[in-house]
Design a protein around this ligand. Structure first.
Ligand code: FMN
Length: 247
């Protein structure tokens, strides 16, 4: 099985919780024998879609921009499955990830058809590969993934790739907290297992998902206190550094 994993998180690997989960998931897919290519959008030169429709009219299937998106579309065309990974930014995906999707319109035909009562553009290649979604959010509640999940399901409903699994991890910034190391290791081990299960069984087991989505913090009040204490600590630290001429 050929898998392409798209990472739409702008932060560097060491601190990115999206990357932590994605790397674990990819490791599980590879252990199951899949061939996986990871594309970090932050390392790529991908210009914004200008809406010129050159890719639909003058050069069908080919964008007017000569940048890294051409190679990415070629890689995607040969994949059996895509992993879409993005942190939640303002209740949705990052702008970088959204731009990656906008720049994917050369994959679709200009013609408009009806799918389950709603308009859509059919894919050029006949079908679009299935996908797995991975996302992290700073906030505590799972509800924060709902707008993005609904949007992704709406896309899937237009015939543009089935969603095979969704891995959502709230309160994700706490994954860096040293006292939670053991829990985080458990979550990452389950995420690795999820990748293995997805490739070998076609889906992720409920018990595996439960471990990934377990509470990192015992309750919301504790989350609010700890998170706000952290911001105070950081703001204070930088103020002191400025006063000492170090920043
Ligand atoms: C511009 C911006 C917008 C954000 N918006 C949200 C949001 O709407 N909901 C949320 O739960 N977290 C939000 N966050 C927090 C991130 O989801 C969180 O820090 C996450 O860990 C970032 O992913 P990363 O660790 O892979 O970089 C936002 C962060 C930034 C920088």
């Amino acid at each position: 099985m050929k898998i392409v994993a798209i990472n739409g998180g702008p932060r560097k690997a060491k601190i990115s919780k999206t990357t932590m989960l994605l790397e674990a998931f990819v490791a599980g897919c590879r252990r199951a024998g899949a061939e996986v290519e990871v594309i970090n959008l932050r390392e790529k030169n991908i210009k914004n879609c200008t809406g010129c429709y050159t890719c639909w009219i003058k050069t069908p299937g080919e964008c007017v921009h000569k940048d890294d998106m051409k190679e990415i579309l070629e890689i995607r065309a040969g994949a059996d499955l895509e992993v879409w990974a993005t942190p939640v930014y303002i209740f949705g995906p990052t702008a970088m990830f959204k731009n990656f999707l906008d720049r994917s319109i050369p994959m679709y035909q200009p013609y408009i058809v009806e799918k389950d009562g709603l308009c859509t553009h059919p894919p050029r290649a006949g079908s679009i590969s299935d996908r797995v979604i991975i996302s992290v959010a700073g906030f505590y509640e799972m509800d924060h993934f709902k707008p993005m999940s609904d949007w992704l399901h709406f896309i899937a409903g237009r015939g543009l790739g089935k969603i095979r699994a969704e891995i959502y991890r709230p309160a994700a910034e706490f994954m860096s907290a040293p006292p939670l190391k053991a829990k985080v290791e458990e979550i990452l081990a389950a995420t690795e297992k999820a990748g293995f299960e997805l490739v070998t069984e076609g889906s992720i087991r409920e018990e595996t998902m439960k471990i990934i989505q377990q509470d990192l913090i015992p309750d919301k009040q504790t989350f609010l206190e700890l998170a706000n204490k952290y911001w105070d600590w950081e703001i204070d630290r930088w103020k002191k550094r400025r006063e000492q001429g170090q920043a």
